[in-house]
Design a protein around this ligand. Structure first.
Ligand SMILES: [Zn+2]
Length: 262
């Protein structure tokens, strides 16, 4: 008879990589990097959300530039890397039912942010909460502006692996820069689920296996063609590594799944 011993693992999964990624010395490398010309537009100046935005962020240009440098530092080793050249970044706040979205491709990228969402995030007059949300959403969308994309497997709209990688990276960068807390981590799922499920897994790999993991998996899109999660993991860690094994290790480490000892 097989006996199973269930051990619940209390995981210590802090935002320590945040300090690694965001440290001043590393960010200094990006201070002269041209993140693109930022064109800020307020299309709904009469809304409550727009008024709140202006009160909280008096200089959107400087604010967006600073977050862009954090995103670039998370995605790349240095300014000499192969980075999509964003020449212009159109950032618009507008009254619509949604949160935020990115459109276009470098050299001209657009990001929209909903004034209704701003209003909702500020429902209790909590300035810190609105800053946290605004910065978090910005990290996610800016990642889409600067990240590299898988090659040889179709596109965002036609291939689930492509989509999961793109959205997972954006949420990994958001978390590693303090735009999510550990309480935002979804339990279970699978590494191909995209968004936070993939993102927190990537962050765990960065925090427990290799501090440059995010930079390496971003760069793997140039080196692993056709791209796959499995191929990228083997490219980064070596042939003996397996993505499903790592996913299982992550699930056990986080306490999402009990460790089974035969
Ligand atoms: Zn996205």
């Amino acid at each position: 008879m097989k006996r199973t011993l269930i051990l619940l693992t209390v995981a210590v999964f802090s935002i320590s990589a945040f300090s690694q990624r965001g440290n001043r010395k590393e960010l200094a490398k990006w201070k002269d990097y041209n993140v693109g010309k930022i064109e800020f537009k307020d299309k709904s100046p009469d809304t409550k959300g727009a008024k709140i935005y202006h009160a909280i962020i008096p200089d959107p240009d400087a604010y967006i530039t600073e977050q862009a440098r954090r995103v670039l530092n998370t995605l790349y080793f240095s300014t000499e890397d192969s980075i999509p050249g964003v020449k212009q970044l159109n950032y618009t706040i507008r009254d619509y039912d949604g949160v935020s979205a990115k459109g276009g491709q470098p050299p001209v990228v657009g990001i929209e942010y909903s004034t209704r969402w701003i209003e909702r995030s500020f429902a209790n007059g909590d300035t810190a909460k609105l800053h946290f949300e605004t910065k978090g959403v910005l990290f996610h969308e800016l990642t889409h502006a600067y990240q590299l994309e898988p090659q040889g497997i179709g596109s965002y709209g036609t291939n689930k692996t492509f989509w999961a990688f793109i959205e997972g990276m954006a949420d990994a960068v958001r978390y590693l820069n303090g735009g999510f807390t550990i309480n935002d981590r979804p339990k279970g799922g699978f590494y191909t689920d995209g968004y936070r499920t993939t993102g927190f897994f990537f962050a765990w790999l960065a925090q427990t296996k290799d501090p440059d993991f995010i930079r390496k998996i971003n760069r793997s899109t140039l080196e692993v063609i056709p791209w796959s999660f499995e191929g990228a993991i083997k490219h980064i860690f070596g042939e003996s590594y397996d993505i499903v094994d790592l996913w299982n290790e992550y699930q056990v480490a986080m306490g999402d799944r009990p460790r089974v000892v035969k």
